[in-house]
Design a protein around this ligand. Structure first.
Ligand code: TYD
Length: 209
């Protein structure tokens, strides 16, 4: 049996990852592929429970290190129970966020060093990386507008952090994509959803061939 593929969608808040994940999954299914859509933090019962702890605005919140450990623990469960088995049976996994979010948010935003975040990932998930990571980028003014439409005044604990934090996250994502141009596809996510989807399908041409 041939192995499936693992595709992650990444980017800051309000860049349209969930819409694009759905359009991508539909397009892959239309080609007859077995597709699993999932998200982080979450995707399994255990990881969804950790998600609640991470994103709830109740309580005093987590320090950067505890936060990184919790994301890594959620990911370990997700990889072990859902992502690896799906890829091994030949499915295509489309995941809304993966380890590059930890590198960008807990690393770039929160100040942890990238090597530490990657060490947690090595311990938790044997360092599994996507076959392709699509980084969706938009002008910060555009994402702020999309977020206001989506969230109104109710942001989660991490989404609600300040503009400086999110600027560091965006810069970190860019730096990772520049450092690993074959694993990343940088997608201009401005414009109508079907235009952005067209760019994503073009970026996938290599692995669909
Ligand atoms: P979610 O509602 O899924 O946000 P979005 O729609 O923007 O993807 O919430 C996930 C939040 O968790 C988001 O603010 C990014 C953050 N996050 C991290 O800080 N580190 C991580 O490793 C992951 C997966 C997400």
């Amino acid at each position: 049996m041939t192995m499936g593929r693992f595709i992650a969608l990444e980017g800051g808040e309000g860049v349209g990852k969930s819409t694009q994940g759905r359009l991508l999954a539909d397009a892959l299914r239309a080609r007859g592929l077995d597709v699993v859509t999932t998200r982080e933090p979450g995707g399994t019962a255990g990881a969804e429970a950790i998600r609640m702890m991470l994103l709830s605005t109740e309580g005093e919140g987590w320090g950067a290190r505890a936060e990184a450990l919790l994301f890594a623990a959620a990911r370990a469960d997700h990889v072990d129970k859902l992502i690896r088995p799906a890829v091994e049976r030949g499915a295509w996994v489309v995941c809304d966020r993966f380890v590059d979010s930890s590198r960008a948010y807990q690393g770039g935003g929160g100040g942890l060093c990238d090597g530490d975040v990657l060490d947690l990932h090595r311990i938790g998930s044997e360092g599994l990386l996507p076959d392709l990571t699509l980084l969706l980028t938009v002008d910060p003014a555009v994402s702020a507008q999309r977020l206001a439409l989506r969230d109104g005044d109710v942001a989660d604990r991490i989404g609600g952090r300040g503009a400086d934090y999110h600027a560091r996250v965006a810069a970190a994502f860019r730096a990772f994509a520049d450092a690993e141009p074959t694993r990343f596809g940088v997608i201009d996510a401005e414009g109508a959803p079907d235009e952005v989807h067209g760019r994503i399908m073009a970026a996938l041409a290599g692995i669909l061939a």
